[in-house]
Design a protein around this ligand. Structure first.
Ligand code: CTP
Ligand code: MG
Length: 556
């Protein structure tokens, strides 16, 4: 291992110095990740919400305002961390300031004021701007200011920058790890999303002091990339505040009238109006209240985050927990899913607007289903986690969906070490071949049991919703889009298997660039290459063989 490592480092040495440093850092990060105990999803969310409760977002003139702001804030409370980022074509600059205590924030609010302008709504929130000083400031009176941990940016890597990173890698595995590390949602992006959630809680805190706007989806499930949308579910009374035997004084509450759905729609309408009329930065508010799960879409321009807010989608949060667990089980899962999601976007299988195509969520379940189904599985079934659930893992949502499964994966891994040691490249190739051979016409992907089951109905693609087993997650996918998926996975398998040359287009790069063999070739794959890929599995004497008569027939 150490010789391989040295060799690969030597090769990289001749490339750009910047990229060398990036790779070194990422390698260290990866080995650290492998040895760390996994923090549970709930604890992670709790810690992030707590951080947001101690943080403000301050617009500044430029990054140079950093020290002045630091000095000002330190005279009010103890500053723990400051992070700069900018957004927009003519960049607006912001600094996230995290204080040590929530009470520091109260002092900040007490000391802050509103501009004198009858044309604005005077709202108190954690979004502020830093005025130029009217008096010349005495130099840093506060001696307690020490060097703060400064982290920069919410920069989204451009395609050519990413290609440069991938090109400098030693092999495909390193490419996939680097793709994940350089495109995943970073610290600033995560903090901004929790500040967006907090803005809503703060806005309604007078009436609903125990409300919780909980992020779910890719912002928190470990599969989010820089710039990803924020999915939020708003609960007016978080579970912690329900009546107990000791409670003597109980709040009078407004009686509800009408169906649950119509009430929820009315509430969402009001929340949408609050966002639109009162909350700084919230723009382009669209209420989509007739959908199965009614949502409000809006853009938070101070944080540059697109949001989908719902009030009734409680299973989405637990689904995110499940995906988080799957991603944390093994260090290969996230780089694999990132590569596949990026490949799917490049070849046009996924699309940022909703439609008849596969969503990122469905695609993620397809990868998990594949990893569960290997001869030596990388991931356990959901049922295996359900069996190990303890009393703290019990969750039934308001609408009766059972979301009980083991949350602490350290418990699972202690007794069920993952035996599969395949490289990321092999797993990626196996994924493509697995789905090029999958019998979509009669089988459904089922993560509960780690196996393909008979399809309950005739949707083109059927992925059983792991938490609501009666539902198909990919019901929206049309037969044409499924066919496109089948062609693209074959094409990708061929591209990946055929390319080991070290010019500028090698490894996963052809999968992530727009050049596609399919279009040049009218969808027909070169026969020899495809058979070579299938052979890769036939040689594996340990497990079931993924023979592909179907594919072979097509290319003959
Ligand atoms: N979800 C679900 N059932 C569905 C669709 C979505 O439970 N049929 C939940 C999942 O937890 C999913 C989340 O809602 O992660 C958000 O859905 P979506 O925004 O479509 O997917 P993301 O995972 O957030 O991916 P993206 O980065 O494309 O937003
Ligand atoms: Mg999302």
């Amino acid at each position: 291992n150490s010789i391989c490592y040295q060799n690969s480092m030597l090769r990289i040495f001749h490339r750009k110095h910047l990229l060398l440093n990036l790779n070194k850092n990422l390698t260290t990060q990866l080995s650290q990740q492998q040895n760390q105990k996994v923090v549970s999803f709930d604890d992670n969310v709790k810690q992030r919400r707590d951080e947001a409760n101690r943080s403000i977002l301050v617009q500044v003139q430029s990054a140079h305002s950093f020290h002045e702001l630091q000095s000002y804030c330190s005279s009010v409370g103890t500053v723990k961390k400051m992070m700069h980022y900018s957004t927009g074509v003519e960049p607006m600059h912001f600094i996230i300031v995290e204080f040590a205590k929530a009470s520091d924030l109260q002092n900040i609010y007490t000391m802050s004021s509103y501009i004198e302008d009858t044309q604005v709504v005077p709202v108190q929130s954690s979004y502020l701007w830093f005025r130029a000083a009217t008096k010349k400031l005495s130099k840093n009176k506060n001696k307690s200011i020490h060097k703060l941990n400064v982290e920069n940016g919410n920069h989204i890597l451009r395609d050519n920058e990413l290609l440069q990173v991938l090109n400098s890698c030693a092999d495909v595995n390193e490419q996939m790890v680097n793709l994940h590390n350089s495109t995943r949602l970073n610290e600033v992006g995560t903090r901004l999303r929790f500040l967006v959630a907090k803005q809503i809680e703060m806005a309604i805190s007078g009436m609903f002091p125990n409300s919780a706007a909980l992020p779910f989806g890719s912002s928190v499930n470990g599969f989010g990339k820089m710039g990803c949308d924020l999915d939020l579910v708003l609960r007016l009374n978080d579970e912690s505040k329900v009546i107990t035997d000791e409670t003597r004084l109980v709040y009078h509450c407004k009686a509800l009238s009408g169906s649950e759905r119509s009430i929820s729609q009315r509430h969402m309408e009001v929340i949408g109006d609050i966002l639109q009329l009162f909350l700084p930065g919230c723009s382009q508010v669209r209420k989509i209240l007739q959908a199965r799960v009614p949502i409000i879409k809006y853009y938070q321009q101070l944080t540059d985050v697109e949001c989908d807010l719902s009030m009734s989608n409680t299973s989405g949060y637990h689904m995110s927990d499940f995906l988080y667990i799957m991603g944390a089980m093994d260090h290969r899962v996230r780089p694999l899913i990132f590569t596949i999601r990026r490949w799917a976007a490049t070849v046009g299988l996924t699309n940022s607007s909703p439609g008849r195509w596969i969503t990122n969520f469905s695609l993620t379940l397809l990868v998990i289903g594949f990893l569960q189904n290997l001869p030596k599985p990388v991931l356990p079934s959901l049922n295996a986690l359900v069996k190990l659930a303890g009393k703290n893992d019990k969750y039934i949502t308001d609408d009766g969906i059972n979301c009980t499964f083991l949350r602490d994966i350290n418990v699972y891994l202690a007794t069920n070490p993952i035996e599969n040691t395949d490289s990321l490249k092999i797993l990626l190739l196996q994924f493509f071949v697995y789905y090029s051979q999958f019998d979509f016409s009669s089988k459904a992907i089922c993560l509960n049991e780690s196996m393909a089951i008979a399809k309950p109905e005739h949707s083109a693609l059927y992925i059983v919703n792991p938490l609501e087993r009666g539902l198909n997650v990919s019901k929206n996918v049309s037969p044409e889009e499924l066919e496109k998926f089948r062609l693209e996975v074959r094409n990708a398998a061929w591209l990946l298997e055929s390319d080991e040359t070290k010019d500028s287009n090698w490894g996963i790069i052809p999968l992530l660039t727009a050049k596609r063999i399919l279009s040049m070739n009218n969808g027909n794959l070169p026969r020899t290459k495809l058979l070579e890929v299938s052979k890769l599995f036939e040689d594996d004497k340990d497990g079931p063989v993924y023979k592909n008569n179907d594919v072979k027939k097509q290319v003959q």
